[in-house]
Design a protein around this ligand. Structure first.
Ligand code: BG6
Length: 513
């Protein structure tokens, strides 16, 4: 008999991936923005949940002139501002005692010697066995030098040794297929693939992890997830923010590299994957890879017809005037970097043959909303759907990734009364009202999984490269047509009119979010 209440169910459920082994987490870029906003708050929340190993050292590495006390103050500021839970004095004290900082310039040959000496001291004092997680929270140009520095300094335990050494790599992994391969090759000289954890933080989001559960722990959906019943799928990741202070990076990236190549293709892979035969990390990753490998390759002609880019012009954010992209700090006045992409793609396999997938993402859109909608085919034009002038809405399953996490099922219902009037209604499930407490942040789950050595939610090399391979023709085409007009959209609108035409030409419309 299955347990009755949520509390019982949680108690009876599978154990969380507790990081049992004592470990040192070495964050290169420890005084940077990612550490401040995401990593240190995530580690603090793991401690609050009792998921951080009791014996741990978190060692920030960077050029900033911090001592341990300075780093602890920096961490406290980040946790105060960005943690999902407030600071608790007693817990904070325990956490702060595990924080250390080593001032190292990664270009300096002696830097790794000093780092090694400090790690040895800290590990000795805290009784740590030398298990290490190295986190590359640094610009991509420093990935390879840092990894080589680790190898030369002999900081990398072999994959099957007594101690473990694991490497976390942040995106972007390259700016095209060639550069991604170069980075992957260089890292592979020092770390075995089993030791490498490439982050796509979307995979750590609760709602994204729920996609497989929704599909394969229910019998409602899976029988319908195929070309026989699905009309089309839409994936939207909309942001209200502009480029902010990240123009230096974003000017070289643009929305296709920044969002589509990784986050959106990963969401697509989860929605479209075949059922894996087990929950083994590589089995799941093999199945997801198959999806990316089955994407219909794009040619210059199909790109012009099925991929739309756009760039935001001046407009409004919540009623406040905001500048256009070209007027943002650090952006070239004639920049052709796209801040919006919409595209139509097909997965050429048995399950999805002929079903269009529409993806769109952009900055400075009217609201922050990420969702996946799976629209079923219309019911036949008989019985209730005979009136060609007012067809019934097709059923839609909407998975809300963020905010307002949950999912909804759009169905048709009779309006009470003597006449047969049909009205679209929603069956709506919200995490907040069912499960209460705020969900863990993506980085909490991802850091925990690295400590536990579980690679399921991380990008394998072949998957990163397959994604680059698929987007490469788009990048090439845009480079070729650099002087072609780049459609503009007003900040605070849903992207350029071309995006509406893209989906409109198939007789469909973007969902209103
Ligand atoms: C990052 C991109 O990977 O994802 C950013 O580099 C983007 O440009 C961010 O803003 C969006 O993440 P989230 O979790 O806020 O949806």
């Amino acid at each position: 008999m299955s347990p009755e209440t949520l509390a019982e169910r949680l108690a009876a459920g599978s154990a969380p991936p507790v990081a049992a082994d004592a470990v040192s987490i070495v964050i290169f870029g420890g005084a940077g923005d990612l550490a401040h906003r995401k990593l240190l708050p995530a580690l603090y929340n793991l401690l609050i949940d009792g998921l951080l190993p009791p014996r741990v050292a978190i060692v920030g590495v960077g050029r900033r002139d911090f001592d341990d006390a300075g780093f602890r103050a920096f961490a406290k500021d980040g946790v105060t501002k960005f943690s999902r839970r407030p600071i608790d004095d007693a817990r904070w004290k325990t956490f702060a005692e595990s924080l250390f900082f080593v001032n190292v310039d990664l270009g300096d040959e002696n830097g790794f010697v000093r780092l090694g000496a400090r790690l040895d001291t800290v590990e000795h004092e805290r009784g740590l066995p030398g298990n290490r997680v190295y986190y590359l929270a640094v610009p991509p140009s420093l990935f390879v030098p840092t990894v080589e520095g680790l190898r030369h300094a002999r900081f990398i335990a072999p994959p099957d040794g007594k101690q473990f050494a694991r490497l976390i790599v942040e995106k972007p992994i390259g700016h095209d297929l060639q550069s991604a391969r170069e980075i992957n090759d260089a890292i592979a000289k020092s770390f075995d693939e089993r030791q490498i954890f490439r982050i796509d933080h979307y995979l750590g989001k609760e709602t994204v992890q729920n996609i497989l559960v929704l599909r394969f722990a229910n019998s409602f959906f899976e029988p319908l997830f195929n070309q026989k019943y699905i009309d089309h799928v839409q994936i939207t990741v909309a942001e209200t923010e502009g480029v902010g202070t990240r123009a230096g990076y974003y000017e070289q990236a643009g929305a296709l590299r920044d969002m589509v190549q990784n986050h959106l293709l990963q969401l697509l892979a989860l929605v479209a994957t075949e059922p894996p035969h087990s929950l083994d990390p590589d089995v799941i990753r093999d199945e997801k890879l198959e999806v990316v490998q089955s994407l219909r390759p794009l040619t210059p002609d199909t790109i012009d017809a099925s991929v739309v880019r756009g760039q935001y012009a001046a407009g409004f954010d919540m009623g406040k005037p905001v500048p256009g992209y070209r007027d943002e700090d650090g952006v070239k006045p004639a920049s052709t970097t796209e801040t919006f992409v919409a595209l139509k793609l097909f997965i050429d396999n048995w399950r999805w043959a002929g079903v269009p997938f529409f993806l769109r993402t952009g900055k400075r859109l009217p609201k922050r909303a990420s969702e996946i909608s799976i629209q079923l085919k219309e019911v036949p034009p008989i019985l209730f759907n005979r009136n060609a002038a007012s067809r019934l809405d097709a059923n839609v399953l909407t998975i809300r990734i963020q905010p307002d996490e949950g999912f909804a099922l759009g169905i048709s219902s009779k309006v009470p009364g003597p006449r047969v009037q049909i009205y679209p209604v929603n069956m709506d499930f919200r995490y907040g009202s069912t499960f209460g407490a705020s969900s863990p942040e993506a980085y909490e789950r991802l850091l925990l999984d690295v400590m536990a050595g579980d690679a399921t939610l991380f990008m394998r090399r072949d998957s990163v490269e397959a994604s680059w391979q698929w987007v490469s023709p788009i990048l090439d085409r845009w480079t070729e047509r650099a002087d072609a007009d780049l459609p503009k959209y007003a900040a605070g609108s849903w992207g350029p009119a071309e995006a509406d035409r893209l989906i409109g030409s198939t007789g469909r419309t973007w969902r209103q979010l």
